[in-house]
Design a protein around this ligand. Structure first.
Ligand code: 3PG
Length: 216
């Protein structure tokens, strides 16, 4: 089977992926709607809290306009649980052949974390052309991605890790950027204090930076 291009191209069109760690699944729908109001119809729920699977299920069924994926997927078992909960794509912090093969067998779009040329080559060998670049800020940011584009001109990246709204334009201006991920639009602090208007505002600022970068 091949990876569902539709889901991936939707993510590419949106251009940003809010990486969200939710402590309370009852906030999932309001959060997804706040992001949607800012033009962001994709969300990655990290499997870092007991609330994560319920949050994925809630968004899948209560906010169907939003594409919900699972992040921090460390094993096939976690991937299966996220798939059962309704996740339509998978994100993992690192690269694992078995997990990537499992995703491909289930036609599930997967963004495995890669940093080194060796990991990128492993992902390429599996047919992937879009990978996560994590932790982006620590491992050289836009400069590193630009350098990797020389040997891998057919690869696109989703940098995440340490990215802020201010840094977003530096990533978006690179042709090899597929989308940019991070918690800056919906941080734990904003969610915990119920600042959903601010989340909408940050989502809108982010999507407008994506639109500007694509006009040029
Ligand atoms: C991820 O899993 O992609 C990161 O935890 C997001 O990183 P950030 O919180 O630094 O944006």
């Amino acid at each position: 089977m091949t990876v569902s291009e539709d889901t991936l191209s939707q993510i590419g069109r949106i251009g940003v992926i809010p990486v969200v760690t939710l402590e309370d699944a009852s906030q999932a729908a309001v959060l997804a709607n706040a992001l949607l109001a800012g033009g962001v119809s994709v969300i990655e729920i990290t499997l870092r809290t007991p609330a994560a699977l319920e949050a994925i299920r809630t968004i899948r069924f209560q906010v169907p306009q939003t594409l919900v994926g699972a992040g921090t997927v460390l094993s096939i078992e976690q991937g299966q649980a996220a798939l059962d909960a309704g996740a339509s794509f998978m994100v993992s912090p690192g690269y694992d052949d078995e997990f990537v093969d499992w995703c491909l067998d289930h036609a599930l779009p997967v963004l495995p974390g890669t940093i080194t040329p060796t990991e990128i080559m492993a992902a390429r060998k599996r047919g992937l052309r879009v990978v996560k670049f994590f932790p982006a800020d620590v491992y050289g940011g836009p400069r590193a991605i630009k350098t990797l584009s020389d040997p891998f001109p057919d690869m696109k990246y989703v940098p995440t890790g340490g990215i802020t709204l201010t840094m977003l334009p530096d990533y978006l201006r690179l042709p090899s950027i597929f989308a940019v991920g991070g918690s800056w639009m919906a941080s734990k602090t904003l969610i915990a204090s119920g600042q959903f208007d601010e989340i909408t505002h940050l989502a809108r600022e982010s999507t407008s930076l994506v639109a500007q970068s694509r006009q040029n």
